[in-house]
Ligand binder design. Structure first.
Ligand code: HEM
Length: 456
């Protein structure tokens, strides 16, 4: 059958003007789950006048991200929003300029380099532990914290130290607030078809410009500080400053530098913080899993600080992180646009159409996972794991797979290895923990916990 003769994916009926937008805004995950159950693995939804082919099956996700990746690029609507928020960088570039950038930046994330960041990751977690110890003492035993905010603080510190060799603790709250304003804006704008242009001084536009001013100033200060110090450090910032265009021999402009530093700052801490927050939620609500993780840590690490070389001997801890990313993948959806016609799982995908890939649904699909809703790290032990390579894709796949995968996995394991044996954390309150799909998949409204740090 020629491609033109293949059927289009089934269309999901929706609101006559807005299409799926109202249902998507109410509960995006619930909406997609319902569509998957009723219409199958590939279906078409409409956001106002924009048809979007939506793919829930690992075969289809693999086709787009890997097997026929040359036929796909970033989706214009969502990428334009990312460009407005973060500029032109590894995440937002496409085509040959993306490939050049990726090749240039890849060395900063080689395994050998990540190895060198281990001590920084543990030190950041130990500083947090000391903060908690002091807060708990001052509160008479237990300190109440928002675990999500705490995990953002620690992952921000790690990115600052390991990629830029700076201490962000002095401006953590200003940078944190700027990050929140940016993700809020994304959440708002990605769910509306019409919104005031950037020059209209609405509250959101003003909040965003203020946040962008904070990032611009902070990233520029990093660049200026490094240049004026004459320090030739070979961290990520040093790598960027040393890059020269192969043809013109020119260095990156300050705007290019700021945009690359900014995306590594944002992508480098937010997603890992969410993973850690979900891990705390899952571990504190599954005491047997927590006990087994602690027991492994006690046996392998004992009283000393964990090290990166311990990680191969901590398979259960790694399985906890993998299983957390399966249940709550921060990048729960990815977008693309088809360049030419394609055939995805027997359906015609016409040129220029937008696609949404839903690893979240593949991660929860009973055809690929036993008891998919259960938190069972054991399923990743002893070489077991997904029965299809794209049934598990928390870091995406193909050439645009997350550049920070090893960094994030190492960081999540080392932070948990440092904190879990030394901290007693308990959920506070009776409010059910819910997932918010706004920017990345995160706990809605923070995660209230009581933390105690028993003296040893
Ligand atoms: C648990 C943590 C993380 C998760 C779940 C995650 C997830 C992802 C996913 C799914 C993609 C692919 C998006 C797509 O194809 O549309 C991606 C890309 C990317 N990630 Fe991550 N990420 C994490 C941590 C990090 C870290 C630590 C960094 C940097 C230090 C980082 C930097 C990036 C960048 C720059 C890209 C764009 C790569 C490209 O297009 O070439 N990420 N990430």
């Amino acid at each position: 059958m020629t491609n033109a003769m293949r059927p289009r994916a089934p269309r999901v009926p929706g609101h006559p003007i807005l299409g799926c937008l109202p249902a998507f805004r109410r509960d995006a995950l619930g909406y997609y789950r319902g569509c998957h159950a009723r219409f199958g693995d590939v279906f078409e939804v409409r956001f106002v006048n924009q048809p979007v082919v939506t793919i829930a099956h690992p075969d289809g996700i693999q086709r787009v991200l890997q097997a026929n990746h040359r036929n796909y690029q970033r989706a214009p609507f969502i990428n334009a929003l990312f460009i407005r928020l973060t500029g032109m960088n590894l995440f937002t570039l496409d085509g040959p300029s993306w490939l050049t950038e990726r090749r240039l930046l890849q060395p900063a994330f080689h395994r050998a380099r990540i190895q060198a960041f281990g001590a920084t990751m543990v030190a950041a977690a130990e500083r947090l532990l000391e903060d908690w110890r002091a807060a708990a003492r001052a509160a008479g035993g237990t300190a109440n914290v928002d675990m999500q905010a705490e995990m953002r603080k620690v992952t921000m510190a790690v990115v600052g130290r390991s990629l830029f060799s700076v201490d962000f603790s002095g401006d953590a709250s200003e940078l944190g607030a700027a990050m929140l304003a940016t993700t809020d804006f994304f959440e708002f704008r990605s769910r509306r078809f019409l919104a005031a242009p950037a020059w209209v001084p609405t509250r959101r536009n003003r909040d965003l410009s203020r946040a962008q001013g904070v990032f611009r100033a902070r990233m520029q200060a990093l660049i200026d500080g490094r240049r004026s110090s004459g320090d030739a450090r070979d961290d990520f910032l040093g790598l960027l400053l040393g890059l020269r265009d192969a043809e013109t021999g020119e260095a990156m402009t300050d705007t290019q530098l700021r945009d690359e530093l900014g995306i590594m700052f944002g992508a480098g801490h937010e997603t890992t913080a969410n993973t850690l927050t979900w891990a705390w939620h899952l571990l504190t609500t599954h005491p047997a899993v927590l006990e087994r993780t602690r027991e492994e840590l006690c046996r392998v690490v004992g009283e000393r600080s964990p090290m990166i070389d311990d990680l191969p001997a901590l398979p259960y801890l790694r399985a906890v992180v993998d299983e957390t990313l399966r249940l709550f993948p921060p990048a729960w959806a990815m977008s693309r646009q088809a360049i030419g016609d394609d055939d995805v799982m027997g359906f015609r995908v016409p040129a220029n159409v937008t696609l949404t890939l839903l690893p979240y649904l593949a991660h929860h699909d009973p055809r690929f996972w036993d008891a998919p809703e259960a938190f069972r790290p054991e399923r990743f032990l002893d070489g077991a794991g997904p029965s299809h390579p794209f049934a598990y894709a928390p870091f995406g796949g193909g050439p645009r797979k997350c550049i920070g995968e090893q960094f994030a996995l190492t960081e999540a394991q080392l932070i948990l290895a440092t904190l879990l044996p030394r901290v007693d954390a308990t959920p506070v309150g009776t409010k059910a923990v819910e997932a918010d799909t706004g920017f990345t998949l995160q706990v809605a409204d923070g995660l209230a916990m009581g933390v105690r740090v028993p003296e040893r």
